[in-house]
Ligand binder design. Structure first.
Ligand code: ADP
Ligand code: ZN
Length: 210
C-alpha cells in the first residue's frame, strides 16, 4: 500500500508514520529527515536547502521532487511506502502522478494552529536517527536520550515559535489545497489528531484497513 500522510507541521505525521511502518512493514520516507541528513553531511543539496529550512520556508519543488524520485526508485519501496512530508505543494503532487506513482490512501491529520504552537515547543528529535519525542506526550525512557539509538535529543531550529508561525502560514497557503486535490481523487481520509497519540493511531489504522 502506498500512503501519504498530510497535516500541518507538528500534527504528528512522523510519530504516526512509525506506527504504520511497524504494522504494515513498509518504509517511511520523510523528506524532512532526508534533507536534515543532507544538511548534516554537507552535500550540495543540503547547502541549497539550509536557508529555506531554517526560515521555515519550503525547499524548492525541483529539489524535493528529485529527492523523492531517487528514493522511490529503491528496492525497499516496491512493496509499498509511507510518505511523511511529501507532497507539500500541488506541483509536488502532480509530479508524483506524472511519475506514475499510484497512491492508495491519503490520511490528513487535523490539529488546530493553537495546539500546534503549544506542541512544537516541547518537541525534541534525535540528533543521530531523527526519531521524534515530546517533553509531555512522548517522553523517552531516559531524559534526553533516544530510545532507539541512544543519540542525544535536541530541539530543531525550525521548532522555535516564530519559525513555527511561518511554517503554519506556508502550510495553509501551499499544502492545505492538497486536501481538495486528493478528495477529488477519492483518496482522502480526514482524522482528528488532537487527542491522545493512540487514539489518532487507531483512527488512522481504521482508515487504512477499511
Ligand atoms: P514538519 O512536518 O514537522 O514541518 P519536516 O521535517 O517534514 O517537518 O520538514 C521540515 C522542513 O523541511 C520544512 O519546513 C521544509 O523546509 C523542508 N521540507 C520537507 N519536506 C518538504 C517538501 N516536500 N517540500 C518542500 N520543503 C520540504
Ligand atoms: Zn535515535
Amino acid at each position: 500500500m502506498n500512503i501519504i500522510l498530510l497535516g500541518a507541521p507538528g500534527a504528528g505525521k512522523g510519530t504516526q508514520a512509525e506506527v504504520i511502518c511497524d504494522r504494515l512493514q513498509i518504509p517511511t520516507i520523510s523528506t524532512g529527515n532526508i534533507i536534515r541528513e543532507a544538511l548534516k553531511t554537507g552535500t550540495e543539496m543540503g547547502l541549497k536547502a539550509k536557508s529555506y529550512m531554517e526560515a521555515g520556508q519550503l525547499v524548492p519543488d525541483d529539489v524535493v521532487i528529485g529527492i523523492i524520485k531517487e528514493r522511490l526508485a529503491k528496492d525497499d519501496c516496491k512493496g509499498g511506502f509511507i510518505l511523511d512530508g511529501f507532497p507539500r505543494t500541488i506541483p509536488q503532487a502532480e509530479a508524483l502522478d506524472k511519475m506514475g506513482v499510484v497512491i492508495d490512501k491519503v490520511i490528513d491529520i487535523e490539529v488546530s494552529d493553537e495546539a500546534i504552537i503549544k506542541r512544537m515547543s516541547g518537541r525534541r528529535v534525535c540528533e543521530k536517527c531523527g526519531a521524534s519525542y515530546h517533553l509531555d506526550y512522548k517522553k523517552p525512557k531516559e531524559e534526553n536520550v533516544c530510545d532507539k539509538c541512544a543519540g542525544a535529543l535536541v530541539q530543531r531550529k525550525d521548532d522555535h515559535p516564530d519559525t513555527v508561525k511561518a511554517r503554519l502560514d506556508v502550510y495553509h497557503k501551499e499544502t492545505e489545497p492538497l486536501k481538495d486535490y486528493y478528495e477529488k481523487q477519492g483518496k482522502l481520509s480526514v482524522v482528528e489528531g488532537q487527542n491522545e497519540i493512540e487514539e489518532t493511531t487507531a483512527l488512522i489504522l481504521k482508515a487504512i484497513e477499511a
